[in-house]
Design a protein around this ligand. Structure first.
Ligand SMILES: C[S@@+](CC[C@H](N)C(=O)[O-])C[C@H]1O[C@@H](n2cnc3c(N)ncnc32)[C@H](O)[C@@H]1O
Length: 215
């Protein structure tokens, strides 16, 4: 398995959004967080290598690329924005990785059943469009059979846990670690140069949907 340092180094060369779209909450998942997220998913839980992995809201493709570098059997990278998908493709090509790209609003994904093993995502935090993070989580927990790794603001921890276990399809919901997420000053309403947000890295295990068809 690739070492963490090497993974981090490779992800550090990826190109990032040149004109991020505020309304879609486009900020990159930094290589430091992305490498640790996927490395933990593989080294502690075996959720990446030889698995079918989907990257929801792939943006620049950092999480999908990390999954591919760690030996995922197939990576499906999904974003609503065609420019993000072009960037994800460019980044994948530069690293000689295969990503299958899908342009779609996650809410309209329409996949029936648990057709991927693992979903990895840094969803919009829901600051521009309330509930966007929970829309992503709802769908991820319908289509993954093994695990969902996701980043959510720590301030929403109780809400996320309640929704995942109570209304969505999770059989377990654990915060693996709390991170400081440095949002670059992409947007005019951020006064400081960087905005430091406490973010939880979650691992959710979906209930088995075998036998009950679809969502
Ligand atoms: C925080 S960024 C994710 C960054 C990404 N992990 C990366 O490394 O660049 C959120 C992404 O979700 C996408 N997005 C926002 N709303 C979406 C939706 N409804 N369906 C699909 N993608 C969406 C945005 O275009 C953006 O690329």
């Amino acid at each position: 398995m690739m070492k963490l340092k090497q993974l981090d180094g490779l992800l550090g060369h990826l190109q990032q959004f040149s004109k991020p779209k505020v309304e879609l909450e486009q900020y990159p998942t930094g290589h430091h967080i992305a490498s640790r997220m996927l490395f933990t998913a593989e080294s502690s839980f075996g959720d990446v290598s030889d698995k079918v992995v989907a990257d929801f809201g792939c943006g620049c493709g950092t999480l999908g690329a990390a999954a591919a570098l760690l030996g995922a059997q197939q990576v499906i990278a999904i974003d609503i924005d065609s420019e993000s998908l072009e960037l994800a493709l460019l980044n994948a090509e530069n690293l000689e990785l295969d990503l299958d790209l899908v342009q779609c609003d996650i809410k309209n994904l329409g996949w029936r059943g648990q057709i991927v093993d693992t979903v990895v995502m840094n969803p919009p935090f829901g600051t521009r469009k309330k509930g966007a993070d929970m829309d992503f989580l709802f769908v991820a927990l319908q289509v993954a059979s093994e695990a969902v790794y996701s980043l959510h603001k720590s301030s929403t921890r109780d809400h996320v846990k309640r929704a995942a276990l109570g209304s969505f399809n999770a059989s377990s919901a654990e915060v693996i670690c709390e991170l400081r997420f440095d949002l670059p000053q992409l947007y005019k309403f951020h006064k400081k140069k960087e905005v430091d947000v406490a973010v939880d890295l979650w691992r959710f295990v979906p209930k088995s949907n075998r036998g009950n068809g679809c969502f």
